[in-house]
Structure formats: C-alpha cells, structure tokens
Design a protein around this ligand. Structure first.
Ligand SMILES: [Fe+2]
Ligand SMILES: [Fe+2]
Length: 194
C-alpha cells in the first residue's frame, strides 16, 4: 500500500466516507511503524495499545457502515472482507496474549501488518469502487461524518489486557469494550444520517 494525497493524518470536516477510511489505513500503517520503532517495552506496549484501539474501532465501523453497502452490489466482496477481518481479530488476540515482551511477538506482528495492509489494499481496490457506485456524493459525505463519530466512541483507556470474559472468550474478550461502544455509536449515527 503506498502513501497517497490523503495521507495528511488530520481530520478534514468535509472528508467523505471513502477518504475517512483511506486516511485510517495510512494511520494504521504508521502505527505499525511506531510499534516497530519503539525503543523500550513500555513504549512498545503503548504503541500496540494505540494500534488495537484504531484497528478495532476501524474494522467495527466498517462492519456496521461500509460492508452492508458493499453487500448490495457484491455479496462475495463483502464476505471476503469480513472473513479477513475475522482472521485479523484472531491474530490480534494472539498478539495480545503473547504480550510485547514475548519472542514471538515480532514475528506475529509482522504477519498481522502484512495481512491488515493487504486487506486495506483490497478494500481500496475492490470494495470502494462498489460503494462509490452504490452511494451518491452527498450521502458519502454524511456517512463520512457517521464513520468518524462511530470511531470517536472507542474508549481511550480500554486496556487490551482486560480480564477474560466469564465465558473465557479470549478472542472477543479484550476488544469488546471497543467493539460495543463503536457498534452502538455507528448504529445511532447511521440512524440520524439517513
Ligand atoms: Fe476492513
Ligand atoms: Fe479498512
């Protein structure tokens, strides 16, 4: 995935849905860089937690706001992106279990980085053209607002190393605070944007 003109890293109030997603993709790439460049374990853990927050919020907002639109044009593309996101979630949970100090962390992080950036590339190449055909420009603007509102609902202090849920669901457990808040906010934002 190469950097493009929208890689300013700042939120633009007029940014439409596609621009908001693409800006996130650039930010996620930079957050992977930050983890790799961290010079001590604490800095690495902080950077990893920032990535978790961004990534889980981003994928959750896409699952509520974006993929349902894709599904209207192509069930296959929507299902493929969802499956990639599920795999990413499993790998993210594995990294969370390993912890930044583990020997395997770096290898698994490199795997996650490759998978996530390839996934983002496929969204930009295969999914976004379908969305642009399905939704007019004015609605794309409103959906951009809804997308950003949803992501902002992600709790800043959600520690990924939260206790396991009562059911021992290690995959969903650590991320549920983020998923729940973003999903609720996305549904509310969608309701008020239509
Ligand atoms: Fe995605
Ligand atoms: Fe994405």
């Amino acid at each position: 995935m190469s950097a493009s003109a929208d890689s300013t890293g700042t939120a633009d109030g007029n940014e439409d849905l596609i621009a908001a997603i693409r800006r996130d993709h650039r930010q996620i790439e930079r957050q992977f860089d930050s983890i790799e460049m961290a010079t001590d374990l604490q800095a690495r853990d902080d950077a990893f937690r920032e990535l978790v927050r961004t990534l889980v919020a981003h994928e959750t907002a896409e699952q509520v706001i974006v993929h349902p639109l894709t599904r209207r044009r192509s069930e296959e593309v929507a299902e493929a992106r969802l499956a990639e996101e599920k795999e990413g979630e499993v790998l993210l949970a594995l990294l969370e279990e390993l912890g930044v100090g583990s020997d395997d962390f770096e290898i698994q992080l490199a795997r996650l980085r490759r998978d996530v950036l390839e996934h983002a590339g496929r969204e930009e190449r295969d999914e976004h053209p379908l969305i642009e055909r399905e939704v007019d420009a004015e609605r794309l603007d409103r959906l951009g607002d809804a997308f950003r509102t949803a992501e902002r609902a992600a709790p800043t202090h959600a520690h990924p190393h939260s206790p396991r849920s009562a059911t021992g669901n290690v995959v969903a457990g650590p991320f549920m605070a983020i998923v729940d808040r973003v999903r609720d906010a996305a549904q509310r934002a969608l309701g008020s944007s239509s």
